[in-house]
Design a binder for this molecule. Sequence first.
Ligand code: F6R
Ligand code: MG
Ligand code: MG
Length: 365
Amino acid sequence: MKTTVSVIKADIGSVAGHCVSHPVLLEKCDEVLGNALEAGIIEDYYISRCGDDIDLIMTHTKGELNEEVHKVAYDAFLQATEIARELKLYGAGQDLLSDTFSGNIKGMGPGIAEMEFEERPSNPVIVYCCDKTEPGAFNLPIYKMFADPFNTAGLVIDPKMHDGFDFEVYDVIENKKVMLSCPEEIYDLLALIGSTGRYVIKNVFTKDGDIAATVSTERLNLMAGEYVGKDDPAAIVRAQSGFPSAGECNEAFAFPHMVSGWMRGSHNGPLMPVSEEYANPVRFDGPARVIGLGFQVSDAKLIGPVDIFDDPAYDETRQLASRAATYIRRHGPFEPHRLPSEEMEYTSLPGVMEKLEPRFEDMDD
Ligand code: F6R
Ligand code: MG
Ligand code: MG
């Protein structure tokens, strides 16, 4: 019997502004998932939040894109949305783009990261959840975990990892995908995934085809056709015994790299790893946050979690992130803090151009 880990996440309303999911929304999700557990639809669950995004972490034996499991997540978000509307929370129902469920939650707004695997004697799994950024924010850390020997010692010294991993990359603009084998094709992989707004790592596999990591790659704004908040991705990573160790996975977040998102989904800034308690993007609606939740998956039950970044070893990362935030903030409306106009989610540029159009003159030379 295979076990599936499903992480389905959405922002359905927050306090104050786009900051923190209200606890009553989490309580409602807990009630809906609790009922699903009793009904035998799911085997176990854990609910967390990063900023204004609720992350439903569920285990079951029904495989990926399962209608019943997705319906549980949809119902939880729908019922929590009703409360969010009553409380006039900010952005109530924001990520539920449709009020009719058909088949699965794909394309309806929420982000989905799911993986099905045969349980080994022991199954460490880490779930990472972000707020105020996009799926491409995971490109750099996932690359480091599975392809960079300066991050992951096991690539060099563990015979089980020495062959490397295969990376499945999505082109989220053209809706195409490509599989690249590493270390052989590392340079080709980097040529793509350095463009974080377009090429995103969706899955990583062992060379035997076993799933190692998966990322929610839904681009909410592309789905909605207008700005409705950043995608705020989640990722599931398997660790140990042939996969990177838990510590090698977590090490990939020790450098607070620059990601797109932050204020109005239109700014570059550092990704700050924090504990669940501190996943509150308050400064200029950020900076972007990531939390890590470490579980052992055992007979489709979730043992844990450990709140990974609730650790003084990450204080220096957070300080560097804060300093980088201050540094880049001083650029105000200038690139590279503000995203290039083509990538901006909100833009007043067309209006400004229209207004100034009659005043633009040809230059003499
Ligand atoms: C970023 C985000 C926030 C909002 C900002 C403005 O993803 O959610 O930075 O973009 O708070 O929000 P509105 O336009 O709703 O006032
Ligand atoms: Mg939001
Ligand atoms: Mg969010």
